[in-house]
Write a protein that binds this ligand. Structure first.
Ligand code: GDP
Length: 322
């Protein structure tokens, strides 16, 4: 177990993107740290605008920043809105990192994604697979922006000595997820679809793609827990994967979700929808060696997620106190 090298206690902490799934999980997790949390509303600060970002950071002067603000979306949104995914994410990262450097932010945690890795990376995917092969075309725009963010953080560490660290989570789910069928990720999409099918008594539910791709799912409270753990214990150039170390096929996931919501009808697959990367399982050896393991099993996470969904309470509270 590594020792603490950075104290969060007593610090002023800005979670950029605090209303999103990752940002709100970080807010919940940081509430139990003895720090001052500051947030910027999207209406008052547009992080795609450098001057607005600079004015806000110069005024708030945070010591620690979590860069969880991003344009995100599922496989179709990524494929259909490449310009937005590239522009918004590049601008947000470049503005926040440059202004953080200029205003003397002490530590910055950059959140990325497992989609930065090559489409056919050896599994499980180790951190050094980055930039060793072509990306998955359905999300290459988002991935290129996220890779640029990693490179910027590394360049700033190298040139200016900035303590910027880059963490790459597996596919995420949890409170504050997006349930819009056109842009949601698979768990939110299927939970909603199976739930609606159970209510309406539909005989069949269709799942996109062939059902054969495999994904690793991490509850966002586990991610927030790992982020705080690494903030305190990690400061280096190399990126770090965050995951559970286990993956599941989309067809098994569909069955697990059907069971969670109590849907007993048929499940069919629509191969005209994209499958995306065949497999995305992260190698979490580096993280585990530092003393951190995921604590929320998928079956428990799904059950809590559905409970929140039924309560209409997917905003704010989480069932997990991680
Ligand atoms: P990805 O990891 O970037 O591919 O993220 P997604 O969560 O969007 O998709 C994961 C996998 O789930 C892909 O193989 C999708 O084809 C599959 N999938 C099955 N049904 C759905 C659905 O209704 N929505 C989404 N977004 N993906 C689905």
């Amino acid at each position: 177990m590594q020792t603490t090298i950075y104290e969060i206690a007593g610090k002023r902490v800005w979670v950029a993107g605090h209303r999103g799934m990752v940002g709100s999980a970080l807010m919940r997790r940081l509430a139990s740290e003895d720090c001052e949390l500051v947030t910027a509303d999207r209406e008052s600060v547009d992080l795609r605008r450098q001057q607005e970002t600079e004015d806000w950071l110069a005024e708030m002067k945070p010591d620690l920043v979590y860069l969880a603000a991003a344009k995100v979306g599922g496989i179709l949104a990524n494929r259909d809105r490449p310009g937005e995914f590239l522009y918004d994410n590049l601008m947000i990262e470049a503005n926040v990192m440059e202004v953080a450097r200029r205003t003397g932010v002490g530590k910055l945690v950059v959140l990325g994604s497992s989609c930065i890795y090559p489409k056919f990376a050896p599994q499980p995917i180790a951190e050094d697979a980055l930039l060793t092969g072509p990306l998955e075309p359905t999300n290459e725009w988002y991935a290129v922006a996220k890779i640029a963010g990693i490179k910027m953080a590394q360049a700033y560490r190298q040139q200016y000595g900035c303590d910027f660290i880059c963490l790459q989570p597996a596919n995420l789910y949890g409170p504050n997820d997006n349930f819009d069928p056109a842009s949601s990720h698979v768990i939110a999409a299927l939970l909603r679809r199976f739930h609606e099918a159970r209510i309406s008594g539909a005989a069949e539910v269709t799942v996109w793609g062939t059902g054969t791709p495999r994904r690793e799912f991490l509850h966002v409270d586990d991610l927030a827990h790992a982020c705080v753990f690494l903030t305190k214990r990690y400061s280096a150039f190399d990126i770090v994967n965050i995951g559970t170390g286990e993956d599941i096929s989309i067809s098994d996931l569909a069955n697990a979700i059907a069971q969670t919501v109590g849907y007993n009808g048929a499940i069919s697959f629509d191969p005209s929808k994209p499958d995306g990367t065949p497999r995305k399982l992260l190698d979490v050896t580096r993280l585990n060696a530092m003393g951190w393991d995921a604590g929320i099993a998928l079956v428990d996470g799904l059950r809590a997620y559905y409970g929140d969904f039924l309560d209409g309470a997917l905003i704010g509270e989480s069932a997990f106190g991680r």
